[in-house]
Ligand binder design. Sequence first.
Ligand SMILES: NC(=O)CC[C@H](N)C(=O)O
Length: 227
Amino acid sequence: MKFAVIVFPGSNCDRDMYHAAKDVLKADADLVWYENSNLENYDGVLLPGGFSYGDYLRSGAVASTSNVMQQIKAHAEKGKPILGVCNGFQILLEAGLLPGAMLRNKNLAFMCHQEPLVVANNQTQFTTGYEKGEIVRFPIAHGEGNYFCDEQTLADLKANDQIVFTYENNPNGSVADIAGITNKQSNVLGMMPHPERAVEELLGSDDGLRLFQSVVKNWRESYAVNR
Ligand SMILES: NC(=O)CC[C@H](N)C(=O)O
């Protein structure tokens, strides 16, 4: 399985994502500069965190209009796994691949620390390696992680089991404690906490590794079955 880690001007978690995929998970992975990207030969797309275009207008807004997003949308429609972390999640929201929007954290401060999360749905290709209701520890590092959506959208997210991670102690004011959601087809996951920064005990937690392992395991199984 081969991953593309998309790099925008201002991405700053791209190396962490690449390290998690390549060195720890031992999958094939490339850092792919957004401008000269051809994603045809990639099975999965990883949108890393950072401050793409300096968070100009709104975080993720400028990157979401870039040409590479058309290819990412096509991948999403084909059912390929797309993971957006932090700024990657913000870009997916701005691109309309996921519903809702991000507001500034309720305390208006940038927060950077480890948070306990609840695995709310372990039936996605990203989370089969976890138990439902399991508490996992991932770092957060954001100023705009206060997830917001209207009541109808929230009802839809709940009805379709699209809420994948929730915060145990909601640090940023997110609606329904939401830390991560998928699209309806559950092949696009956006989350504010950083699984790629929790892949080795040395980093304070290795709870994030199972997320990447789940993607590879499920991809291999479906690839083997579909061949
Ligand atoms: N680590 C990140 O991706 C930061 C996300 C974003 N630009 C924010 O501060 O809200």
